[in-house]
Design a protein around this ligand. Sequence first.
Ligand SMILES: NC(=O)c1ccc[n+]([C@@H]2O[C@H](COP(=O)([O-])OP(=O)(O)OC[C@H]3O[C@@H](n4cnc5c(N)ncnc54)[C@H](OP(=O)(O)O)[C@@H]3O)[C@@H](O)[C@H]2O)c1
Length: 245
Amino acid sequence: MASTIERVAIVTGGSGGIGRASALRLAADGMAVVVHYNGNRERADETVAAIIDSGGHAVAAGGDVSEEETAEALFDAAEREFGGSDVLVHTAGIMPLSPIADLDLEVFDRVQRVNVRGTFAVDKIAARRIRPGGAIINFSTSITRLQTPAYGAYAASKAAVEAISLILARELRGRDVTVNTVAPGPTATPLFLDGKSPELIERIAGSNPFERLGTPDDVAETVAFLAGPARWVNGQTLFVNGGAA
Ligand SMILES: NC(=O)c1ccc[n+]([C@@H]2O[C@H](COP(=O)([O-])OP(=O)(O)OC[C@H]3O[C@@H](n4cnc5c(N)ncnc54)[C@H](OP(=O)(O)O)[C@@H]3O)[C@@H](O)[C@H]2O)c1
């Protein structure tokens, strides 16, 4: 792992499956990383330790992404520790499932608060503070195209994320900052696995031609591409799902 800092990345949800893999991958690519967590500080600390043990640079920083001060604090940490920020990878999110007919509206509100307001709040600060040459990477889901039952509130929140991303890409004209959305398919993390039977997981894993679940590293590969070399990919939603149908 490189010991000189090439770029500085903030990874929200760095205590989660895809966030952790993205943080490790960007660190391996030479980026210093602010590893964000909400409730699970221990897991963020483990990721920071793994990066530092490999010769990289990282710090942990916490907070609820739907609170306005969390994003400011993350960018402040990046500036204080590493001199500024070039990349935002915003993976933090939640996915309660229920048929629309049965969903408690308080749960609906919580999904929109974390996934939509959270993205809006973090992107708002990123729009002001990411340096030229940088990249903002938001997270949607392949469910916005597959329209699977029980994902109504979640799909609605992620469709909003795709809309925010494209509009922000256009608002950043002249800034040399890309804004894209990664839309994974089923990926083996707690968010996907929790509450599903082995039979259901097997059936879902068979929905793509590779006949397996995606891994966090599969998704981190696309994050690394968008965070580094992909300067001409802008305002896009990239479906990273092995061809799931
Ligand atoms: N896994 C999949 O199959 C899949 C498929 C499509 C899209 N996605 C999207 O990919 C992204 C990452 O998912 P994942 O599978 O890596 O999920 P995960 O392992 O469950 O991790 C979720 C992360 O979000 C954080 N988080 C939750 N609520 C938060 C809040 N209010 N404020 C701040 N952080 C909060 C969690 O922090 P703590 O643990 O510290 O509380 C955790 O780091 C999500 O946006 C998800 O919608 C995932």
